[in-house]
Ligand binder design. Structure first.
Ligand SMILES: Cc1ncc(COP(=O)(O)O)c(C=O)c1O
Length: 398
């Protein structure tokens, strides 16, 4: 049995979205820019997908540009905001952003821009007042995430947008983890740009969207033909876009299930782990938090070992975000929250989806407490205790 608790890394493509992709590849393979009826039909499928994605983001379809994913949308938004305001050389972001935003900002720093990296508190929270204090005449852009991929902690985007409007700074929101997991109304809140990704909400990989509020000047990042009303060149990934649109509509329909059933399962997992395993601490605020995410530290246990042993039992989880896995550095998100390197290295992220079943939860609970116990039993501290107590059998070399 495979139990999947890594939905913040990626999600399974919904069967309805996969069917839409397949049908598009087989039947509607025309070029949406073609003047003939066959091409126009494909264009209409894209219009339909654009409305679905726009509805999910709470914006108008004309404000949606399709891209290759969250990373491209983020790059395009940040690059355009600074290019369109050449006199302004200051950008504000937070210390817990995804590497896509962090590396765009680091690149700007290398080009002489001043970047303010706003700190978060011990629970991973950021206040709109911090953003307000950091904005000056020179500020071209504020770029913050809506929900954190590692902890699920939600930033007050509506309040931050109000602050940015008042102080006349543009706001880009990385809504990659929030879209499809909570209601978002980027247009009504007055957000200027926002990025979302198809594969985080049961759509295909390599699909994403950038919302550009109407009236915001924009310079394309991918330069080419007149596709996407001149905002992103290149013949569109039509099948992917159609699948993304289908997934966006499904995600919208399933928001109530996310808020109730998925949240309930996540809370049950958290409660049962805390009841059955000693020395467990939650990383990040209890609320406001995405309904599908929990990040826990297990005292004295190496999370990489936990991930591997759970994997052997057929259970997929993550230690920190997928993009930082492989590096030995503790998570920058947990570090920014003031969490020690030792506690950060013993952290596990469990992220659910609307597809998560009770059987998967039972599978997890059958194995996780046992694995933690076993790893604690193998720890050097335990060997030292046993050696001191003289409980090790035999002696000498074997
Ligand atoms: C918060 C956040 N932003 C951006 C991205 C990048 O999105 P994509 O994988 O579509 O490039 C991710 C993916 O993990 C993410 O979690």
């Amino acid at each position: 049995m495979l139990s999947y608790f890594d939905n913040n890394a990626t999600t399974r493509v919904a069967p309805e979205a996969a069917d839409a992709v397949g049908e598009c590849l087989r039947e509607y393979w025309g070029n949406p820019s073609s003047p003939h009826g066959f091409g126009s039909r494909v264009g209409r499928l894209m219009d339909e997908a654009r409305s679905g994605v726009a509805e999910l983001m709470g914006v108008s379809p004309r404000e949606v540009v399709f891209t290759s994913g969250g990373t491209e949308s983020i790059n395009a938004a940040i690059a355009s905001a600074v290019r369109m305001q050449p006199g302004k050389r200051h950008v504000v972001t937070s210390a817990v952003e995804h590497s896509a935003v962090m590396n765009c900002c680091r690149q700007l720093e290398r080009r002489g821009y001043r970047v303010t990296w706003l700190p978060v508190d011990g629970e991973g929270r950021l206040e709109a007042a911090q953003v307000e204090e950091s904005i000056g005449e020179e500020t071209a852009l504020v770029s913050v995430m809506h929900a954190n991929n590692e902890t699920g902690v939600i930033f007050p985007v509506e309040e931050i947008a109000a602050v940015c409007r008042r102080r006349k700074a543009w706001l880009h929101v990385d809504a990659v983890q929030a879209a499809g997991k909570m209601p978002i109304e980027l247009g009504r809140w007055g957000v200027d740009m926002a990025s979302v990704s198809g594969h985080k909400l049961h759509g295909p990989k390599g699909t994403g969207a950038l919302y550009i509020r109407s009236g915001i000047p924009f310079e394309p990042w991918v330069v080419g033909g007149h596709q996407e009303r001149g905002r992103r060149g290149g013949t569109e990934n039509v099948a992917g876009i159609v699948g993304f649109g289908r997934a966006a509509r499904l995600a919208l329909e399933r928001l109530p299930a996310m808020a109730a059933r998925v949240r309930g399962m996540r809370d049950e997992i958290e409660r049962r782990i805390r009841e059955s395993v000693a020395g467990v601490a939650r990383n990040g605020a209890r609320e406001p938090r995405l309904p599908n995410t929990v990040n826990l530290s297990f005292a004295g246990v190496d999370s990489e070992a936990m991930v591997m042993m759970l994997d052997e039992a057929g259970i997929c989880v993550s230690s920190g975000s997928a993009c930082t896995t492989g590096s030995t550095a503790p998570s920058h998100v947990l570090t920014a929250m003031g969490i020690s390197a030792e506690r950060a290295r013993s952290s596990l992220r469990l992220s659910l989806s609307v597809e998560t079943t009770e059987a998967e939860v039972e599978h997890l609970m059958r194995h996780l407490p046992r694995i933690v116990e076993k790893l604690r039993d193998w720890s050097p501290a335990r060997w030292a205790e046993r050696a001191a107590a003289g409980s090790w059998a035999g002696g000498g070399a074997r």
